[in-house]
Ligand binder design. Structure first.
Ligand code: MRU
Length: 341
């Protein structure tokens, strides 16, 4: 896949507009950090690692906008930019991780604002590059879990489109195929935004990786019928006791446990938020029309009936067979002892 997001030579943020996929491959370009924030909120760009990089690029645009201000004014404007960017989506830790990483440079404000802006732009570009390297390492580590002929079920889109490139949950699939194994994917459609049907199917077809789409309610049956060998999902945040990922993930994990199918979570370390427990994490609730109306268009629920739209699920560690990071594959306990400070 082509990069989901990039910094252009003329200092613009360029991204694939994921709201119009799979029908149209359209690119958006932004020079104002406020527009980047909106693009995260309305999900032109989505997926935890991708919104992390978008947040860093947004901060970089803000430094360009404010670099001619006095130091005090610059800092207060940058604080406002950081708040606007952080307030777009509450669950994925990468967003906060990315803004905080950029803020560490701003904190040591060099005298020359131009130098500071250059440093922030450079850091954001490094973060985008690092994302690809991290995902390739997740791929190498996760590919060892896959056997020739395996069918991998995934939920939502934790592929190239959810990152800068290569993906997290789909990285082991890509790497195993690069190693010569025959691997195919079953993608849950992932109501209500249909990231599985629209995005996972699109990017796998684009890269000629075999994929079949199922309704979300089918995954348990397919496991029972022996048509799934492994489950790999991505994550938006890993706390000290659970994995947060797209709504529906918990039910997939329960079905996997009941059918003795390994359930793996691909998690770049930028997603680890091990100081949190489940009670500290805000589950994003999105507009109810995403549930009541298919893709925001045709209403399928009677007028006047309320809908609930929690966007993320909580999957307890007891259902997780392994967490695949850029450093290796760990049980949740091993992961905690490796990374928890
Ligand atoms: O609401 P989204 O589309 O941003 O949710 C994305 C997911 O839940 C992904 O599975 C997660 O971000 C992991 S992405 C590598």
């Amino acid at each position: 896949m082509i990069p989901t997001i990039e910094w252009t030579e003329d200092n613009k943020v360029k991204m694939i507009d994921q709201t119009v996929l799979p029908h149209e491959l359209k690119f958006l370009e932004f020079t104002d950090y406020r527009d980047v924030a909106t693009s995260i909120k309305v999900m032109n760009i989505r997926g935890a690692p991708a919104i992390g990089v978008a947040a860093a690029f947004g901060m970089a645009l803000a430094t360009i906008e404010f670099k001619s201000l006095s130091k005090d004014k610059f800092l207060s404007s940058m604080k406002e930019a950081a708040e606007i960017i952080k307030n777009t989506r509450p669950t994925a830790s990468n967003l906060f991780w990315a803004v905080d990483r950029v803020w560490r440079i701003i904190k040591d404000f060099p005298d020359n604002p131009q130098t500071l802006s250059d440093l922030v732009v450079e850091e954001a570009k490094i973060m985008a590059q690092e994302d690809i390297t991290v995902n390739k390492n997740i791929g190498k580590n996760g590919a060892k879990l896959l056997n020739d002929g395996d069918v991998v079920l995934t939920h939502c889109n934790a592929g190239s489109l959810a990152t800068v490139q290569y993906g997290t949950a789909l990285a082991p699939v890509r790497a195993a195929i690069e190693d010569g194994k025959k691997i195919s994917v079953i993608a849950d459609e992932t109501r209500p935004r249909l990231q599985g049907a629209r995005l996972t199917a699109y990017e796998l077809q684009y890269d000629k990786i075999p994929v079949k789409v199922i309704s979300d309610t089918s995954s348990g049956l397919l496991m029972r019928l022996g048509k799934v060998d492994k489950v790999i999902v991505g994550t938006d945040r890993v706390s000290s006791d659970a994995v947060f990922n797209k709504i529906g993930t918990y039910l997939v994990a329960l079905a996997a446990k009941d059918n003795d199918i390994p359930f793996y979570v691909a998690a770049p370390t930028s997603t680890l938020s091990l100081q949190d427990t489940v009670d500290d994490v805000t589950i994003e609730q999105r507009d109810a029309t995403e549930v009541s109306n298919v893709l925001g268009k045709v209403r399928i629920v009677p007028e006047g009936v309320e809908c609930l739209n929690y966007a993320f699920d909580i999957t307890p560690f007891r259902l997780v067979s392994g967490i695949i990071t850029e450093d290796g594959v760990f049980t949740p306990e091993e992961m905690l002892s490796k990374y928890k400070k």
